[in-house]
Design a protein around this ligand. Structure first.
Ligand SMILES: Nc1ncnc2c1ncn2[C@@H]1O[C@H](COP(=O)(O)OP(=O)(O)OP(=O)(O)O)[C@@H](O)[C@H]1O
Ligand SMILES: [Mg+2]
Length: 277
């Protein structure tokens, strides 16, 4: 039996954001894949809401269905049963109002920073002038001013990932979906990226759903951390992270922070399937 900790208005304490209405709603959402051996259940019934402007991280063992869940929110994968809503509308087919960042930056080598970001505008037929203006603003926000004309090979891994975050935000989506965006970065760059992402999120006021294998990263960035069980995945627990924002990196050494990471890590001790950092 899976315990889902339902957090009502009373228990919701997000220091940076007042309680807001649900943006993403899942009710009894399941996912099964057809395989040579028959139907394989990837996700057991999921019930949870993500509120507007909330930062939610998902942690869980490999293969528990995290990427599947993210793809379903983006409308790139259909659900097998239940209902899934975004802004009060059922999610059917690819959603326009989301931006996605994957583990690798997926930049085009022959395009410079600005043109890689503008790819989003071309795909969505956005007016050119407006798109360029937005791209320049995002470049500033991501600390990439002066690098507009540089090519991906001239950038560090962290900078490349910032370019892909800018690209995901260009069309001003209300939801930013991130699937292990910093998994390939070294520990120090990753910490810097966590700071950057916190700043970008505080400035852009997006709703963020982040998948990560790093428990400290999840706690550092999130209003809530969803812990998933092993395959077929379900929500094992939801933790409200009550730490004031903006959070400096030093917060990671505080007893409150360590209490959160220890409690969440206890879910995985038997499995040993998450990052050590
Ligand atoms: N397109 C697909 N067809 C069939 N099975 C799939 C498909 N996509 C995912 N699966 C299966 O669904 C389960 C969940 O996969 P998913 O990629 O969502 O896991 P994950 O939690 O993101 O894992 P990881 O942490 O390793 O990235 C796995 O058993 C996987 O093999
Ligand atoms: Mg995955």
């Amino acid at each position: 039996m899976t315990t889902v900790l339902k957090l009502d208005e009373k228990h919701y304490r997000s220091p940076a954001h007042a309680p807001s209405k649900p943006l993403i709603e899942l009710r009894g959402v399941t996912k099964s894949y057809r395989s040579a051996q028959g139907m394989m259940q990837a996700l057991r019934p999921l019930d949870f809401d993500i509120r507007e402007q909330e930062f939610v991280a998902i942690v869980g063992p490999s293969g528990c269905g995290k990427s599947t869940l993210l793809k379903m929110v983006a409308g790139l994968e259909g659900i097998s049963s239940g209902t899934m809503m975004l802004s009060g509308q059922p999610i059917r087919g690819p959603q326009k109002n989301v931006g996605i960042v994957f583990q690798s930056a997926v930049l085009l080598a022959w395009r410079n920073v600005l043109d890689n970001i503008l790819l989003q505008a071309e795909m969505r037929h956005m007016p050119k002038r407006e798109a360029r203006e937005k791209a320049m603003n995002l470049i500033g926000m991501a600390g990439l001013t002066g690098f507009e004309e540089k090519y991906p090979w001239q950038l560090s891994g962290g900078m490349q990932q910032r370019v892909s975050i800018c690209r995901a935000l260009l069309h001003d989506p209300s939801v930013l979906l991130m699937d292990e965006p910093f998994g390939a970065l070294d520990a120090m760059t990753r910490e810097n990226m966590n700071m950057e992402l916190q700043r970008i999120w505080l400035e852009s006021k997006k709703t963020v759903l982040l998948i990560t294998h790093s428990i400290p990263e999840a706690v550092f960035l999130s209003d809530r951390v969803l812990v998933m069980s092993e395959r077929p995945g379900s929500i094992a627990a939801i933790y409200d992270i009550d730490l004031p924002r903006p959070r400096p990196l030093e917060v990671m050494a505080t007893p409150a922070f360590l209490h959160y990471t220890k409690t969440i890590r206890a879910h995985f001790n038997a499995q040993g399937s998450l990052d050590d950092h």
